[in-house]
Design a binder for this molecule. Structure first.
Ligand SMILES: [Zn+2]
Length: 191
């Protein structure tokens, strides 16, 4: 075989390998996105429960590396009269208690709204692997809006961040809640 033929065969082999690699990579990405959407749907259901309980509607789902759900929680700040009872904190607590282990190094937390400073801190302290959130919180988000705590190289642990899964739904439930609350307050004023 001439050098040119060898080069052509080698190029073809490289192209086939590249395409196969890309196909596998794309399939994996599609699978991950589907999985993210499945768990974010559950987190939105939890946000709906919070809404029904007159709590700011934020829901969270904690999942281990095998896709097993470790915790399903929603914001309970009002009912628990606890400033730390955000959905994310409750999920991390339940997950750690279930495992008898404070490290959650393989776990992913799905939450309908960008985590605040307190929750981002708790995620670092639990050595969480990844957080997936829905809508941004421009005024108080600590993942990539107001602060970048989860990716700050000065911290002793970094958490992978995926933003924008069911972003519109996560935002809409919050907007609906605050509109309903304002209208209730106005009604009370008129009485
Ligand atoms: Zn929080």
């Amino acid at each position: 075989m001439s050098h040119i033929s060898e080069l052509v065969v080698l190029s073809c082999l490289i192209m086939i390998c590249y395409r196969k690699f890309n196909l596998i990579f794309n399939l994996k990405e599609t699978f991950n996105k589907q999985q993210d959407e499945t768990f974010m749907r559950l987190a939105l259901e939890e946000a709906g429960l919070a809404f029904a309980e007159n709590e700011v509607p934020v829901g969270a789902i904690l999942v281990d590396q095998n896709g097993e759900v470790l915790a399903k929680t929603h914001n309970q700040r009002e009912s628990a009269a606890d400033p730390t009872a955000h959905a994310e904190i409750l999920a991390l607590r339940i997950g750690a208690i279930r495992r008898h282990e404070w490290r959650l190094e393989d776990a992913t937390l799905y939450v309908t709204k960008e985590p605040c400073v307190m929750c981002a801190g708790a995620m670092i302290n639990s050595r969480l692997k990844r957080v997936v959130f829905g809508c941004k919180d421009i005024k108080g988000g600590a993942a990539n809006s107001l602060y970048h705590i989860l990716s700050d190289p000065r911290m002793n642990h970094r958490v992978e961040v995926t933003a924008g899964i069911f972003e519109d739904e996560g935002r809409k439930i919050l907007q609906d809640f605050f509109i309903a609350r304002r209208s209730l307050k106005n009604q009370k004023k008129r009485l």
